[in-house]
Ligand binder design. Sequence first.
Ligand code: NAP
Length: 278
Amino acid sequence: MGPFSVSAVGFGAMRLTGPGVFGPPGDRGEALAVLREAVASGVDHIDTAQFYGPDVVNELIRDALYPYPDDLILVSKVGAARDRQGRIIAAQQPAQLRQGIEDNLRTLSVDALPVVNLRLIGGSEPDAFFDDQLAAMVGARDDGLLKAIGLSNITSAQLLHALQVTDVACVQNEFHVGNRVSQPVLDECTRRGIAFVPFASLGFGMTGPDAVLGRSAVMEEAARLGVRPAQVALAWALAVSPTVLVIPGTSSRRHLRDNLAAASIELDAEAIHRLSST
Ligand SMILES: NC(=O)c1ccc[n+]([C@@H]2O[C@H](COP(=O)([O-])OP(=O)(O)OC[C@H]3O[C@@H](n4cnc5c(N)ncnc54)[C@H](OP(=O)(O)O)[C@@H]3O)[C@@H](O)[C@H]2O)c1
């Protein structure tokens, strides 16, 4: 991931809150245990955001893992905030991005973050406002608040434009067997060796025939291999490009173990084709 070498399976920490990514988790002990077991099992990149909770997830990460292992890459994101009712609202202005970075540093108790994603909300074209946002990220990096810049919810045009301004360590867009809208962005990342870190690689954990974990192709492949549907979904994401790193989110150690084991599941070409065709 940019200047950092990390394992294929990381951890998405968003699910460690209460319902609706808001407030504290129902089981704080399990949330701390999930984080500790993840790192003890070799997870070396954790995706987070100050607006998860808000503050809740960053503070759990700090309480579980501080002082952080040298090789742990904390990846946060800026571009959103929470209102009084807990709704996620845009915080896209350059000054808000800077404030978001500083809020992350405070809640994670670090002086600098390895990677911060600029998480875009609205707008798909590279415009003057996007340039201002990139300038805020580059300014924060120049000031030593972060080491590498990532982009989230972007189009290929925005990625190509951003690359004229800065190195891009990673791209984080939604991508899974049920949603391949970002395939052109993934292809661009693959060509350029930029880490593509899909979010919702488990389709947000939903089941049912249209959801990732309930799709017949996923369930049939899982049954054929004697593994879990979630493991097939993750193995597929890892198989579609060598540049993919997955960050499945879970609040349970049981699911964490399943998800980490997905790294060693190899799908054959026929299975990849079948899963990609549904
Ligand atoms: N950049 C962005 O805009 C953005 C947006 C959304 C998320 N993200 C990041 O991406 C990460 C992943 O996304 P996500 O958590 O929304 O979706 P996800 O990883 O597709 O799915 C998470 C859901 O799947 C369930 N799950 C996890 N492992 C499972 C397993 N082995 N078997 C069955 N169910 C399983 C979890 O429930 P349990 O808790 O019960 O395991 C949870 O409800 C987040 O944690 C967050 O860090 C980024």
